[in-house]
Design a protein. Structure first.
Lengths: 505, 691
């Protein structure tokens, strides 16, 4: 590991810098175009945003050289893992930015601040995922949170949106506060904010001997903040309410961006601070006296089960997808408990596929809401007759979410289950499988509603309004789910490279 | 011409093909022209072969022609554990034995073909009949010309098929169709033995070629004890085949029924040729049988038993053809007696002479029946064919149809063994052979008794048919007339044959046919000197005795039936039990019916019942069980699986509902629950994970 000073760190920090300048530029653009026609003004902010994101993305993709360094005196990591996550976040942002353009929910509000906030969160997510310093972790996490709170409440006149935002703020405050408490205790215990120094401190015998109960409490408290971002039990309570209340593009963003960042922090924190890598960096052993692996396993099981069971009776599409995202958090966490590079690889693969299938599902929700004006599942009845292609696309996305072969979602689950089984945790995979079966209940319920319900109404159906932009986006999101098998080799290579943490931390 | 001997079997095959494919649309002259021409051509080639190489080269002449390799080398296991290539050639071989058979088949066959022209002239199945006849000739010639057991088997099965087709030729009659079926089924039993024998032959010798097998027998089993087991088994299995095809005890029952077929068929297939296939087969395997004395003994016993048994049945039959049928069975028994005694040449000799006089008799009877039916038809009567074949309705026919009558009488003398006829020489040759081999008197006595019976029933038949007054009714009598010349000419030719054919096998060591056949019977191996012609005087004595018995039988029949068509009464009233037994053929058909047939049918119905009750029951049971299970599973599906699913759903939904209650929307509750969660996690750690 190379520990870099501020100036030499900047070369690895280009995408973030680009995004920061972009968001400032957008802010300025937004201000100077105040007197222009709304349509013209929107173009003036959307185009720079997109340009900034695309430039940042192109820089991110270039950065795939096998370098790993601790930037800014070991505040932020630069490694394959971080590079991959950077791409995920930027891609997510691009999708969400495009989602916002034709969303009926956002039709009546000005988009300027929303885009600035989106760009802010994107940068913050990248920091969050790459932080290897306790302070930096907290700072990035809070930045993400604060910007997210505003995004959730962006519909100032919408009661639900406001309520969601407030809940999010308060719950987030409690969570992050709890986490901060844990972090401070950890600092007190180890005398360092640097994860690697914390690890070496925890590895020493006298600390192990004296720190047992304290470390235990610390882990749970820190997990509160991370779990809040991942939306895992018992830090998930905000999730259904916020997802329901937030504008749908924001919900889509929350279901992917902060969640993925949460898992990144989980990996960074536990693998970096509380585990020591083997010689080849392919596996880890826990340090200290606390068996956090079993804790994560338990949380994973409870999370996926609660997510799936909770989704069963939901009548609101966004709320259902909220629970679904909780369940998927449980699945993703399965990869984190095996303490191996392959586990990380499986998580990354899952998250990439999850990005496509979940964003796709939310886009369908946006499209349907644009036409039907409702998020109620029962209002999805008869969509089949109005928009067969969209329904088939939604079918593919839902099958993928279910984990039905040959769609990409199956590959993601199969990979993560097989990693778990390889680690000797067959029962864990069985629970995952059972949960997938429960999951099929509510996903199929949606499909049934779309395909069968309302098909006996005699009235002629009008085609569902589908904006060309959304149609294109849907295609982009659905196709990877279909040809996942073909892309698997590429995905495997990418994640193989990307599971390389900062010199295996 | 002898270079083309292999065409002998093929030409009738082509004839059958032509008539079979196009016969329906061809005029009658073309049909019988093709059929007769084909057989005539074969006969001519056969004659050419005989008067060419065989006359000059004698019995040692062997002509071979391989048309193609029928079954190319297939590896097969051998008795000694090695593997041998099982090869079968489509090969024809004409040696002395085959020569005799070919001449009989084509010669007699030709005459019968010609005869059929008249006999079948009004039958709508004319083309079919000649197709079958030619096909039969093709297969029969394959049988006798084939160079290996498999070729023989092809012919064997083929003639069986043709026999079936021709017996059932008038398939609109139930009795004919049944007779065909009976013949076929009974023959199948024999065929099973034959094919097993072929398997065993290949297994033992690694070849199925006649000469190679016989050479193998001599080489492998030079001491008689060496091969008793396997050779006896082969011999007996072959003989099982022979009893089927040649109508020996216990498989003879099909032959009398086979008389349902047109009379030319009875003459050709069921008297002159096909039924002698078993005799030919045993003679062909003479070397093998010589090394299996037990099998020989069985052959002799079965032969002589059949001879006397069938003859006794023939005594009081009233159907003109049935008498001849039992006579045929009886005469075939003679042949097997000869074979069993090692007098293979004598058996073949008798086969040949028998072909002449029995064909003549059958054709003669056919001529009679033909006339009877025409007369009945012309007089407006409608009695069915069984009445027309009943000798009690005949009588005095000699004056109406002298050619038929006299040829019939000549053939009768041959069959009865009147001295200087063909039958006399050949039968005597066999009886003479029966005096050898240690069982001397018994076989000879039984044989002579059978000969006496033969003389008796033939005399009875001649008297009942051709002498006395016509008993068929006044109306018919005026319509009786001689058959057309296409029928009478063959009769006359055969009648001449019935006399002169015997002179190739004169007794007292003066036989021509014996030495002629010897090389072939020995399968090309050196001939052991046959020295059983011990003394002319002894042979003359035996001969005289058998002739005397024959003459006495003829005299007895003359006394019983001359002028007294109801002559049977002397026996039926004197010894009613005996008469009834003989008249009813020892109730063998009934016994077979009660045992084998009913047994089979019973077994079949038992199996059917088993099938219906147990198997179907099991199937139905299984079906019911399946239905039950499916009901159950439906129930289970409805209550258990659906119940389970519903239960799971209910539980999950309940939990889900509970969770919904947890998700109150009240933020304080969330925060509280999160804290509870944190506390639970810490507690969890504290109690379980503390290490």
């Amino acid at each position: 590991m190379e520990r870099l000073d501020t100036i030499s760190s900047l070369q690895y920090f280009v995408p973030e810098i680009v995004l920061v300048f972009t968001l400032m530029a957008v802010l300025v653009c937004d201000l100077v175009s105040k007197n222009r026609a709304p349509r013209e003004r929107r173009l003036l902010i959307v185009i720079p945003s997109l340009i900034g994101l695309v430039v940042a993305l192109s820089y991110s993709l270039q950065g795939s050289e096998a370098v790993s360094a601790g930037l800014f005196h070991n505040m932020v990591a630069f490694d394959g893992f971080g590079q991959m996550l950077r791409v995920i976040f930027i891609v997510t942002s691009i999708f969400v930015l495009l989602f916002t353009l034709h969303s009926n929910e956002l039709r009546l509000v000005h988009h300027g601040e929303l885009l600035v906030l989106l760009l802010t969160v994107t940068v913050a997510l990248i920091w969050m995922a790459n932080s290897i310093n306790l302070l930096m972790i907290y700072l990035a996490l809070e930045t993400v949170s604060v910007a997210s709170y505003v995004m959730v409440g962006y519909l100032k006149t919408d009661r639900l949106s406001n309520e969601a935002s407030l809940k999010y703020i308060l719950f987030g405050a409690v969570s992050t506060g709890t986490m901060l408490f844990g972090l401070s205790l950890l600092y007190g215990l180890t005398g360092s904010l640097d994860l690697f120094e914390i690890r070496s401190a925890l590895s020493s015998q006298e600390v192990v001997a004296s720190s047992g109960p304290a470390l235990m409490v610390i882990l749970v408290l820190v997990l509160a903040g991370i779990g809040f971002k991942m939306a895992t039990v018992p830090f998930h309570f905000w999730c259904p309410d916020v997802y329901t209340g937030a504008p749908t593009p924001v919900t889509a963003f929350l279901s992917v961006g902060p969640k993925v960042a949460g898992f990144a922090v989980l990996i960074r924190f536990f693998y970096g601070g509380l585990a020591s890598p083997s010689e080849d960096g392919a596996s880890w052993a826990m340090v200290g006296s606390v068996d956090w692996q079993t804790m994560l396993m338990g949380i994973s099981v409870i999370t996926m089960t609660l997510g799936n069971v909770g989704a069963l009776l939901q009548t609101n599409m966004k709320r259902l997808l909220a629970y679904s995202s909780i369940a998927h958090a449980g699945y993703i966490m399965m990869g984190a408990v095996v303490l191996s590079g392959e586990g990380i690889q499986a998580m990354l693969a899952y998250m990439i596929i999850y990005l496509f299938m979940n964003l796709g599902a939310f886009l369908v929700v946006i499209v349907v809401h644009n036409d039907v004006g409702s998020f109620d599942i029962k209002d999805y009845a008869g969509i089949w007759r109005r928009a067969p292609l969209l329904t088939i696309g939604m079918g593919i996305l839902l099958f993928s979410l279910m984990g039905i072969p040959p769609f990409a979602g199956f590959l993601a689950k199969w990979y993560i289950f097989s990693v778990v089984i390889d680690a000797g945790l067959g029962w864990f995979a069985v629970i995952g499988g059972l949960n997938s079966a429960i999951g099929a209940f509510y996903y199929l319920k949606i499909l049934k509603t779309m395909f069968i319900d309302g098909s006996d109404t005699p009235e002629p159906s009008t085609p569902l309004a589908l904006q060309p932009l959304y149609a294109g986006l849907l295609l982009v999101l659905i196709v990877p789910n279909i040809i996942g098998l073909l892309l698997w080799g590429y995905l495997d290579r990418v994640t193989e490279f990307s599971q390389k943490l900062l010199d295996a931390m | 011409m002898s270079d083309f001997f292999w065409l002998i079997p093929l030409i009738p095959g082509v004839g059958a093909l032509i008539n079979g494919l196009f016969g329906k649309r061809l005029p009658k002259p073309v049909i019988h022209g093709v059929a007769i021409g084909a057989v005539a051509l074969s006969f001519l080639i056969a004659l050419g072969c005989f008067f060419g190489p065989f006359l000059s080269g004698g019995g040692e002449t062997v002509l071979e022609k391989t048309l193609f390799t029928w079954i190319p080398g297939m590896s097969a296991a051998q008795a000694d554990g090695t593997m041998a290539d099982f090869t079968a050639l489509w090969q024809y071989r004409l040696d002395a034995l085959s020569m005799v058979m070919v001449l009989v088949v084509t010669g007699i066959g030709l005459l019968i073909h010609i005869y059929s022209m008249g006999y079948m002239s009004h039958d709508p199945g004319y083309w079919r009949f000649f197709t079958y006849l030619n096909l039969f000739t093709f297969f029969m010639l394959n049988l006798v010309l084939g160079a290996n057991f498999l070729m023989m088997f092809i012919g064997w099965e083929g003639v069986g098929l043709c026999s079936y087709l021709l017996i059932g030729f008038w398939f609109e009659r139930d009795s004919a169709a049944n007779a065909g079926k009976k013949a076929f089924i009974v023959n199948r039993i024999g065929d099973a033995g034959f094919i097993l024998a072929i398997f065993l032959i290949f297994y033992t010798f690694g070849t199925v070629d006649f000469y190679e097998v016989m050479a193998g027998v001599s080489a492998q089993f030079d001491s008689p004890e060496a091969g008793w087991g396997v050779l006896t088994a082969i011999g007996l299995l072959l003989f099982v085949g022979a009893t089927g095809k040649s109508a020996q005890i216990p498989l003879y029952v099909w032959l009398p029924d086979a008389m349902e077929g047109p009379t030319p068929v009875s003459a050709l297939i069921h008297a002159a040729t096909m039924v002698t296939a078993g005799v030919y087969m045993v003679a062909r395997s003479a070397v093998l049988f010589e090394h299996a004395p037990n099998a020989m003994l069985v052959v002799a016993i079965v032969g002589v038993s059949t001879a006397v048994f069938a003859a006794s049945i023939g005594l009081f039959q009233n159907d003109i053809k049935k008498v001849l049928a039992y006579s045929t069975v009886s005469q075939l028994g003679y042949m097997f007696l000869g074979l069993g005694m090692g007098a293979y040449a004598a058996a073949i000799f008798h086969l040949m002479t028998h072909a002449f006089f029995k064909a003549c008799l059958f054709l003669g009877s056919g001529s009679v029946i033909h006339t009877m039916e025409h007369a009945e038809h012309a007089s407006g009567g409608h009695r069915d064919y069984t009445e027309m074949q009943d000798m009690r309705n005949m009588g005095g026919l000699l004056k109406h149809m002298p050619k038929t009558g006299w040829t019939f009488i000549i053939a009768t003398t041959a069959l009865a063994g009147i001295p200087l006829t063909a039958g006399f020489f050949s039968k005597d040759e066999i009886l003479w052979s029966a005096t050898h081999g240690g069982h001397v008197t018994l076989f000879w006595i039984v044989g002579v008794i059978a000969a006496g019976m033969t003389a008796f029933y033939m005399t009875r038949q001649v008297i009942l048919t051709f002498f006395g007054e016509f008993r068929g009714g006044e109306k018919m009598a005026s319509h009786l007339h001689e058959s057309p010349s296409s029928m009478t000419i063959p009769l006359m030719v055969l009648a001449v044959g019935s006399i002169v054919a015997g002179y190739v096998g004169l007794p007292f060591g003066a036989s021509l046919i014996g030495p002629f056949l010897a090389p072939a019977l020995n399968a090309g191996m050196p001939i052991e000197a046959e020295a059983h012609h011990a003394s002319v005087a002894v042979e003359l004595m035996f001969m005289g005795a058998s002739v005397l018995v024959g003459l006495c039988a003829i005299f007895l029949a003359y006394r019983m039936y001359w002028g007294k068509p109801e002559g049977d009464k002397a026996v039926s009233e004197g010894w009613p039990g005996v008469y009834r037994t003989l008249y009813n053929k020892y109730f063998v058909d009934e016994i077979y019916g009660a045992t084998v047939v009913d047994g089979t049918l019973g077994g079949a119905s038992a199996l059917n019942a088993f099938d219906a009750e147990v198997v179907d029951g099991a199937v139905n049971g299984a079906a019911k069980l399946t239905l039950g299970v499916s009901d159950l599973s439906n129930l289970a599906d409805a209550s258990l699986v659906d119940g389970l699913v519903n239960a799971v759903w209910k539980v999950l939904a309940g939990v889900s509902n509970g969770l919904r209650h947890l998700q109150t929307g009240v933020l304080q509750n969330y925060a509280l629950m999160m804290m509870v969660g944190i506390g639970a996690l810490i507690g969890f750690f504290y109690y379980y994970l503390w290490t």
